[in-house]
Design a protein around this ligand. Structure first.
Ligand code: OAD
Length: 242
């Protein structure tokens, strides 16, 4: 553990990119995906709940599962890690780019500006098929999921599912931030899902230092110049001090 060294890198960097995953929100009470026992994918099958095929096979089950997660996420609050990032961003305008795989909106609620949400927003939904005139001409039928009264098109959560493209503008901005930074902090992600995890490789290849903050081993430890074993809410306030 070398907090002082990394604190020095934070101070010296002109630009810092921060890539966050589910572990960032774990101490807010949001479950992660891949932790043994407590991760969602230890109990649910991602192909049933996080793909368009899964949604089409059982729209009500998928809608209800996201409705439950949405309700749970509405109850939680940003933790000391989210707050440390937001405060640091305010004290150093233009220095920090927060890139998140999380759909819970906690970075934004903590006050981070310009958050790049690569996997969408669980509090929004959209049409599963490209909307026709009928879809927008009247409010959807209140059902689970809501549907167009005329053509039956269904609303679905506005999160990115496996096999889907990431929002283009956010991904492009994230790639630019990874290219341009001198330091990337990789916080609370297993590094198993691409293209998000690839941003750490982009940063490293462009010459940035990469630091992983995670209590457990991750797939991105091998790219890291330093690995800090600890949680987001304990480490970030200690790193982002000046
Ligand atoms: P994972 O569940 O794969 O990884 C969570 C990581 O957080 C693990 O490496 C844990 O060790 C770590 N962790 C747990 N508690 C922590 C804490 N308090 N502080 C810091 N780290 C902690 O989650 P993601 O990497 O975010 O995709 O998963 C990537 C994507 O896979 C998600 O965005 C989601 C999922 O399927 C979509 O929804 C499209």
């Amino acid at each position: 553990m070398n907090l002082d060294r990394v604190r020095g890198w934070v101070a010296a960097a002109g630009r810092v990119a921060v890539l966050t995953g589910a572990g960032m929100s774990q101490e807010s009470g949001v479950p992660t995906f891949r932790d043994a026992q407590t991760g969602l994918w230890a109990h649910f099958r991602p192909e049933e709940l996080a793909t368009e095929e899964g949604f089409r096979a059982d729209p009500q089950r998928v809608w209800d599962w996201y409705a439950q997660r949405r309700a749970a996420m509405a109850q939680v609050a940003p933790n000391a890690g989210h707050v440390a990032l937001a405060d640091y961003g305010r004290r150093h305008p233009g220095k920090l780019t927060v890139i998140t795989q999380n759909v819970d909106g906690l970075h934004q609620r903590a006050g981070s500006a310009g958050v790049l949400a690569l996997h969408g927003n669980i509090f929004e939904d959209r049409w599963v098929e490209p909307p026709r005139a009928c879809c927008s001409s009247r409010p959807p039928v209140e059902a689970r999921p809501p549907r167009c009264a005329v053509c039956g098109n269904l609303r679905r959560p506005a999160v990115v599912w496996f096999g889907e493209m990431l929002p283009e503008a956010a991904l492009e901005a994230a790639e630019q931030a990874a290219q341009a930074c001198q330091l990337m902090l990789v916080v609370g992600t297993s590094g198993a899902v691409y293209p998000a995890a690839g941003l750490a490789h982009v940063a490293s290849e462009a010459g940035a230092r990469v630091v992983v903050l995670n209590p457990h081993p991750s797939d991105l430890d091998s790219v890291a110049d330093e690995v800090l074993r600890g949680t987001a809410a304990t480490l970030l306030p200690k790193l982002l001090v000046d």
